[in-house]
Design a binder for this molecule. Structure first.
Ligand SMILES: Nc1ncnc2c1ncn2[C@@H]1O[C@H](COP(=O)(O)OP(=O)(O)OP(=O)(O)O)[C@@H](O)[C@H]1O
Length: 669
């Protein structure tokens, strides 16, 4: 029997019944929202509690918003009886119930919804029939049935899934909740304790899966994660803006989305890639630790504390013993505070020996007194991360002491500023320095950990950046996403095991997504010619989309003509150019409404036609991509071939390559 049943032969009465259920569910959702809006925060006792309650209520109201163009449910399961759950379940973006608490739509993340993604004729999971719904705008217009209770029949390809994947892209990324594939679902639903690392070729849905996993975990561990927090870390702000509506569309309005720079400090002083590579190496952690603790000075004098007519002494050897016992057992700043307290405690003991009975307040007062402060400042000086790093990068002798044998003399030379800044206040820090400063900050005071971290494009992070992210999930877990072939930084990794190691999650499980949903096969095969040069160990990617005729390579072609041809078709257009040609190409497109993608821009604005600097294209996609002068993209940076691989794999429908210079040899086969 045929695996699917689709419009136009679908019975009108069945469709009408499903449309009625949609109308009822929409009405019920509005009633839920109205109810949430009617709740008052006044019930809370004090002003602070009122504010907290009001913010929770506001979030609840926002999460219950009905987006008319977004289907409220996309699937239905008819189940065998035999448990307490309803026989028919509608699976949707959020839970909806009627006035009598009867569920009309079940959240896709609920355990019972899992069968929608995983059930198959061979393993029906108690489902007799799976129905997928097709929508046009917000209207339910079609459905497709898959019989799952009739033995191991072969299911044909799902047209609704194919249509969804083929739908032209406009605007920001959208959720894939209606069409998550079984291998993607496995990752999305892996447990909170599990760190997962996903290697995947361009367009295999890594970003989509990471965002859906965040939504799944927030649903499943709502209370715990509301306290500890979930954060998404992406490569740049343009990317964050592109993905920003996915989680809100899934009802998750309270997830921080940021970049590594956003997290560690927006430092961006230019730097030689060779220097950046040394600074990014995990060996720097030991160097920094030594650099910090080298600031502790061996106490040569004791303490004299005067109170009234009495003098209380702590001998120099006693001070040395305290310092020795604290060293290595505490972070730097708490250690300083503990030294002051221990000195004060010894003074208190002397007071008691004299027959006094001082209490804790006296100990605090002694700890804050001038002689104690002076001694602590001399022995265990107050420092900032900037002071320590400034000294390390300016003072060859200090660097050598801190580095010991961890760095070679050549590496130490690379680290030293050619022209040291006068003070840490005037220093201009690089992106690599930001991770070093963060490491020092953590050596001084513990960085709080989040509940879960999703790290996208993780292949681009240095070992030191990974350590910085790792501390932010050391009591939690992570979803690590990336593609070894798309590494474009001086410190790009070649092993996920090493990434997990530096992230502090060595138990993390590495898994792979292999089927591409974005790039047409013809285009992917073309781009894959670069793979043996950029990531020799990786298998060639596969694409779900044949896309015959999607590739055009034009020597001497004009960008304006290519843009006009793309403008005549539906969907977004990205003209991806070497960074140095942005202005020139933008001029060549004059007269056509377009914008230049800006690294700091909040969004792409209204324009369908965008000029995209090659270094910003990572993670993004456009229906039609026009790539200008690949040879210049390759020549612009040390890992230029990997950059070109990224750039060539952004297209959903068509890729046009324009070149005056010869194509890189790998492509010109
Ligand atoms: N199961 C799916 N159903 C429908 N569309 C999907 C599915 N999985 C992925 N997609 C779509 O494929 C495209 C690529 O997905 P995504 O950006 O997550 O891939 P990626 O692996 O992160 O790619 P890159 O490595 O290039 O950044 C997106 O438009 C996404 O919505």
């Amino acid at each position: 029997m045929p695996g699917h049943q689709l419009a136009p032969d679908i019975p009108a009465d069945v469709l009408a019944a499903e449309q009625k259920h949609l109308a009822e569910s929409r009405a019920a959702l509005s009633a839920m929202r109205a109810h949430a809006q009617s709740l008052s925060a006044d019930a809370a006792g004090d002003w602070v509690s009122q504010q907290i309650l009001q913010s929770l209520l506001d979030q609840r109201v926002a999460a219950l918003a009905d987006h008319p163009d977004t289907p409220l449910f996309f699937g239905r399961l008819d189940r065998e009886s035999g448990d307490d759950l309803p026989g028919t379940i509608y699976v949707g973006r959020r839970h909806v119930h009627d006035g009598h608490s009867k569920p009309l739509v079940i959240d896709w993340r609920a355990p019972v919804s899992r069968a929608f993604y995983q059930a198959s004729p061979a393993e029906p999971m108690g489902v007799v029939r799976r129905r997928r719904f097709g929508y046009h705008g917000g209207a339910l217009t079609a459905y497709e049935d898959e019989p799952l209770g009739e033995g191991d029949v072969e299911l044909g390809p799902s047209k609704i899934l194919t249509d969804e994947i083929e739908r032209p892209r406009t605007g920001p990324m959208r959720d894939i909740v209606a069409t998550i594939q079984p291998d993607q679902d496995e990752i999305v639903r892996s447990g909170l304790a599990q760190t997962v690392c996903v290697q995947g070729a361009p367009g295999t849905g890594k970003t989509a899966v990471g965002l859906h996993r965040a939504a799944y975990l927030l649903f499943t561990h709502r209370e715990r994660l509301a306290r500890s927090g979930v954060m998404i870390v992406g490569p740049n702000r343009a990317f964050l803006s592109y993905i920003s509506s996915v989680l809100p569309a899934l009802g998750e309005v309270k997830v921080d989305q940021t970049t590594v720079a956003g997290l560690l400090g927006e430092h961006a002083a230019p730097e030689d890639p060779l220097v950046a590579a040394v600074k990014g190496d995990a060996r720097m952690a030991a160097v920094l630790e030594r650099a910090l603790w080298l600031h502790i000075v061996k106490p040569e004098e004791g303490l004299v504390f005067t109170k009234g007519a009495y003098r209380y002494r702590v001998a120099d050897h006693e001070v040395r013993e305290i310092v020795a016992s604290l060293r290595g057992t505490t972070r730097y700043l708490p250690g300083r505070a503990a030294l002051a307290q221990r000195l004060a405690h010894l003074v208190l003991v002397r007071m008691e020996q004299r027959g006094e009975s001082p209490d804790d307040r006296v100990q605090d007062a002694v700890a804050r007194s001038k002689p104690v402060k002076q001694l602590v400042d001399a022995v265990w000086p107050k420092l900032t991360p900037e002071q320590v790093l400034h000294r390390l990068l300016s003072d060859p002798e200090f660097l050598a002491r801190a580095a010991r044998s961890d760095l070679s003399p050549d590496e130490r030379d690379l680290l030293l500023w050619p022209k040291p800044y006068r003070s840490h206040k005037s220093a201009k820090w690089s992106a690599a320095d930001a991770a070093l400063l963060d490491e020092l900050r953590d050596l001084m005071e513990r960085t709080p950990s989040l509940g879960h971290l999703v790290v996208d494009e993780a292949q681009d992070l240095s070992e030191m950046q990974l350590r910085a992210l790792g501390r932010r999930c050391r009591n939690g877990s992570a979803t690590v996403l990336g593609d070894l072939a798309q590494g474009t930084t001086p410190w790009s990794t070649s092993s996920w095991e090493s990434v997990l190691q530096h992230l502090g999650q060595p138990e993390g499980e590495v898994t792979e997504l292999t089927l591409g949903f974005r790039v047409p096969r013809e285009v992917l095969d073309f781009a894959a010619r670069l793979l043996p040069s950029v990531a020799p160990g990786l298998a060639a990617p596969r694409s779900l989309r044949p896309g015959a005729g999607s590739l055009s390579v034009r020597p001497g072609g004009s960008v304006a003509e290519a843009a006009d041809a793309a403008l005549a078709q539906e969907g977004s257009i990205g003209v991806i150019v070497p960074d140095a040609l942005v202005a020139e190409v933008s001029r060549a497109l004059s007269g056509r409404p377009h914008a230049v993608l800006d690294p700091d821009a909040a969004g792409e604005g209204e324009h369908r036609l965008l000029v995209v600097p090659a270094t910003l294209a990572k993670g993004l996609e456009y229906d039609h991509v026009i790539v200008v002068e690949p040879a210049d993209i390759v020549a612009a940076e040390p890992r230029g071939l990997a950059r070109l691989y990224v750039v060539l794999t952004r297209a959903v429908t068509s890729l046009t390559v324009l070149h005056d210079k010869p194509l890189p040899a790998q492509l010109a086969m």
